[in-house]
Design a protein around this ligand. Structure first.
Ligand SMILES: N[C@@H](CCSC[C@H](N)C(=O)O)C(=O)O
Length: 916
């Protein structure tokens, strides 16, 4: 549609005397009686065409939803050729674009199609080397089928087009600025000048979609034609597709109008109406979008990600861009260094929609190589320097704090950054470089203290992150003590756990905090540890079966402040330091605080020490970079563009830690158990690491050694009763060993009998056709039998017998045995199916009255688990007394202070756990 050229006025404040050329574009009477042009945002919302007044004075342009118009010789006959709604839109677009002519067609690519139909075989086109995939596809088509020669030049350098400019040959120079998706800036004015000089007949065409007429009007810089995907900022809501072409030259406009009518791709009346409506809010939308984009770009840039955004001070084209445009737009992109990492980031966002396109009110995230630019083949992408790991962000109008937080959570969840707590309680966000193979260490960059925005790059720090690790306790159902002597034992994980948190520190110290073990707390300067006593293991060398007693002695005597420690906490500290030193490398002695909590009774035979050992071993192996942290699996994605999509089957985090990693953790958890207990069987740590239920036979004896998972425990319920009688596992185990050595004829038959029990139990548990009632009553009988043998071994205790008697009495009639080392500790009671809840509650109450603790539990749950908390969720924000300032309570403090009864629920809610 050809319209009269309207001057939409400068976008910056105008001088009072600027003449108005057309009343709709003019503002109210100024103070001195003159009229001045409206500002851009006013023009956007002022949709008036003096040549096309509505008969009813409608405030909104009506939709002329008609294909035909009656009569002959009127202005309109057929909507393909012209439609009043579309005319209004084209008039409006011409006005806000400072253009004489505007056309609207069915999409941005349709606009380019209309434009390139001006070419004829033999013509040459010069285009950029970073350009939208669809543009590249159409140019490639014309090259292959239309006899057009296409040169791709590095248009960021204005002189790079010069060698291709040939008078009489070059018919079109196609520019984008900033480019999609690398946001390179092209000096449109300078290239236009070269074209005029060297190939005067060539048309300079600019894809202005990234900027919209609000921010950049290339006709003012010498371009001949400008097109926009109206799908983007002009419409702003992703509810329509449209393309816009504007130009000043009448001859060019006539040809465009001819093509549009001839091919029939003009915009429909309804979409014209929608686009007209969208334009009204364009300026206000874009103001918000680009201000948020600046914050997002600054945030990423400060984290150390290579970020492409013309508003960043380090953008090489910023100065040129500022000459050409009134703003930086709301599209930016950045690279992570790893395509899989980028995919994880994109998949982890919630507020940022994974989608092609940009310019809408909703923020979008995409990977151009897989999506908008997938139609450029991989080799060409590589040749043109389009990074496969590039993430493009298109910022919408949401609250920027939400956008930043969602992005930060995604970066944390994907493992692209980590959050570190400083001794001062401040948090530091640290970039994790994907290429270090550990998922842990990289360059540190940033400090934040509670606010996600306003992040400011300060200094480089050693990188680290916080880790939660947890491991379950266990209940030995059959075979305790005997297992030490080569008998098979059956054990299962319980839903009581040890939880640990490693919090990196910057002062060269390691700290150990065991609040549930008498409030034990100590720290050591890493360099002051007795390194001279360490015989370091060679890389890959396993620990071996014998502890380094020299190191244990050095650790015990030279580092522990014994007045602070109970026997248990002292042992826990020695195990921790022993593993720390054994696993350290010359170049890896991380400083951190290790805090362990437990919601299970300690020293009660429930494997609390093995759960602790598993947490210690896992944390140290991870932090010493002996094993890698698991990454979250790639989420399900729908097929998009050339990307086939991916199905992720959710296991609730289970089976996410590979077997080899678990084996390594188990080997070192066993070392820790040895430090703690002298001669453990290894079953406790195995259950703590692998979870589920296991039949375990220790190596080094006549029976075939092994660790076999068992199935069938899921539906078994037990009551664990803590006698609260303290005992020393080490001496109880040693006591049985001594008796075996002294009275083999008495002890060995007992051990054999226990083997018979475990085999019987195992058969019953693995026979899935065994009637349930037979299984339960059989297990009950085996419980009694096994307990009697433990009594014979001398490891029961009067309190355990009281508990047995109580649970066996009417109306309960339950079967109970000691579990673990005995000598006090816990008893385990089988709860048959259908046992009434009230009766169980009554039993628990009676046991409590007698001074025991009781825990109803199920067995067979997950083993060791790990996750790195998300900074946005890890710190409670509380108001200070005055209420006007907010303070963050560091995660480690919350963890330390949490009540035992709330611990599991709180920790589990902190993020997505990944389990063995
Ligand atoms: N599947 C489409 C992809 C459209 S990308 C749209 C937009 N210009 C952007 O840059 O996101 C295609 O192949 O054209």
């Amino acid at each position: 549609m050809v319209v009269a050229k309207l001057d939409n006025g400068p976008l910056t404040p105008v001088s009072e005397g600027t003449p108005a050329l057309d009343s709709p574009a003019s503002g109210p009477s100024a103070r001195y009686g003159k009229r001045r042009p409206y500002h851009f945002s006013t023009q956007c919302v002022t949709v008036e065409n003096p040549l096309q007044k509505d008969q009813y004075g409608s405030s909104s342009v009506p939709i002329y939803q008609t294909a035909t118009f009656k009569g002959m010789g009127g202005e309109y006959d057929y909507t393909r050729s012209g439609n009043p709604t579309r005319s209004h839109l084209e008039h409006h677009i011409a006005k806000i674009s400072s253009a004489a002519h505007a056309f609207v067609v069915s999409s941005g690519m349709a606009a380019l199609d209309v434009i390139t139909r001006l070419l004829k075989p033999g013509d040459e086109v010069i285009a950029g080397d970073d350009l939208y995939g669809g543009t590249n596809r159409l140019l490639t088509y014309l090259k292959n089928n239309g006899g057009i020669t296409v040169h791709h030049a590095h248009t960021t350098d204005a002189t790079a087009v010069v060698p291709y400019l040939r008078a009489g040959k070059t018919a079109m120079v196609l520019l984008e600025s900033p480019t999609n998706p690398l946001l390179k800036v092209v000096d449109i004015a300078s290239i236009c000048a070269s074209v005029r000089q060297l190939a005067p007949d060539a048309l300079v065409v600019v894809d202005n979609t990234m900027m919209s007429p609000y921010l950049q009007r290339p006709l003012e810089h010498g371009a001949d034609m400008v097109y926009d995907s109206g799908t983007k900022y002009l419409s702003g809501h992703h509810d329509l597709m449209a393309g816009v072409v504007v130009c000043d030259r009448d001859d060019v406009a006539q040809k465009l109008a001819f093509t549009i009518n001839a091919v029939g791709n003009a915009l429909s009346p309804f979409d014209s109406f929608l686009l007209l409506r969208g334009i009204k809010t364009m300026a206000i939308r874009m103001d918000r979008q680009q201000s948020s984009a600046m914050r997002v770009a600054t945030y990423l840039n400060n984290l150390g990600f290579k970020t492409f955004y013309p508003g960043l001070p380090n953008h090489p084209g910023r100065e040129i861009h500022e000459r050409l445009a009134n703003g930086y737009g709301a599209v930016l992109s950045f690279v992570t260094g790893d395509k899989a990492l980028s995919e994880r980031i994109v998949g982890a966002t919630r507020l940022w929609g994974i989608s092609v396109s940009f310019g809408a009110v909703n923020s979008l995230i995409s990977m151009p190589c897989l999506m908008s630019h997938a139609s450029i083949d991989a080799a060409t992408r590589a040749e043109r320097g389009l990074p496969e790991d590039l993430i493009r962000l298109c910022v919408g109008i949401e609250d920027p704090a939400d956008l930043l937080e969602d992005l930060e959570l995604a970066l944390l969840q994907a493992g692209a950054i980590s959050s570190v707590e400083l001794p001062s309680g401040e948090r530091r966000l640290t970039r994790v470089h994907p290429d270090d193979g550990t998922g842990l260490i990289g360059m540190a960059v940033e400090k934040i203290s509670g606010k996600l925005d306003g992040v400011h790059l300060k200094e480089t720090d050693p990188e680290s992150r916080e880790w939660f690790i947890s491991a379950p306790g266990k209940v030995i159902l059959f075979g305790e003590h005997a297992v030490v002597h080569g008998v098979t034992a059956i054990a299962a994980a319980v839903n009581l756990r040890c939880f640990s948190l490693t919090s990196p520190r910057q002062d060269g110290k390691i700290g150990l905090r065991l609040p549930d073990l008498g409030g034990y707390e100590e720290e050591w300067v890493v360099e002051d540890l007795p390194w001279e006593a360490l015989r370091a293991l060679a890389d890959g060398e396993p620990h071996g079966p014998v502890l380094d007693e020299q190191l244990i002695a050095a650790v015990t005597n030279e580092t522990l402040r014994k007045e602070k420690a109970t026997k248990s906490s002292q042992n826990a500290a020695v195990a921790f330091l022993y593993l720390y030193m054994m696993l350290a490398r010359d170049d890896s002695k991380p400083a951190f605080t290790f805090t362990a909590r437990s919601n299970m009774p300690i020293s009660a035979g429930l494997g609390s020490s093995a759960a602790y050992s598993t947490c210690v071993a896992s944390a140290l192996l991870f932090l010493h970079r002996r094993i890698s942290m698991p990454h979250e699996p790639a989420p399900s994605t729908a097929a998009h563009g050339m990307h086939p999509g991916h199905v992720h089957i959710s296991h609730g985090g289970r089976v996410a830690i590979p077997k080899e990693t678990a084996d390594e953790i188990n080997a070192w958890a066993f070392i820790s158990e040895k430090v703690l207990h002298g001669n453990p069987s290894g079953i406790d740590n195995s259950v703590a690491v692998y979870g589920g239920s296991l039949a375990y036979t220790r190596p080094g004896f006549a029976r075939k050694a092994g660790l076999d998972p068992l199935h069938g425990f899921k539906s078994l319920r037990f009551l664990l009763v803590d006698s609260k009688v303290p005992r020393d596992t080490k001496s109880l185990v040693a006591g049985v060993g001594k008796r075996k050595a002294e009275e083999p004829d008495v002890i060995n038959p007992i051990l054999d009998a226990i083997q018979d029990i475990t085999e019987e139990a195992r058969r019953a548990l693995e026979d899935h056709e065994l009637p349930r009632s037979t299984l339960i009553s059989g297990l009950g009988a085996l419980i009694d039998e096994n307990h009697d043998h433990l009594v014979s071994l001398g490891v029961s205790h009067p309190t355990l017998e009281i508990i047995r008697a109580k649970t066996a009495s009417a109306p309960y009639n339950l079967r109970t045995k000691l579990t673990g080392a005995g000598g006090g500790g816990c008893a385990v009671t089988l709860i048959p199916d259908g046992f009434p809840d009230e009766t169980l509650e009554q039993l628990v109450a009676e046991l409590r009255e007698e001074g025991f603790d009781a825990y109803a539990t199920t067995v067979g749950g997950s083993g060791m688990g790990v996750f790195s908390p998300r900074s946005g969720e890890d710190a409670e924000v509380i108001s200070t007394e005055g209420g006007d300032e907010q303070m963050r309570v560091p995660l480690s403090k919350q963890f330390l202070d949490k009540d035992k009864t709330e611990l599991a629920q709180w920790v589990e809610a902190r993020g997505r756990w990944l389990y063995v």
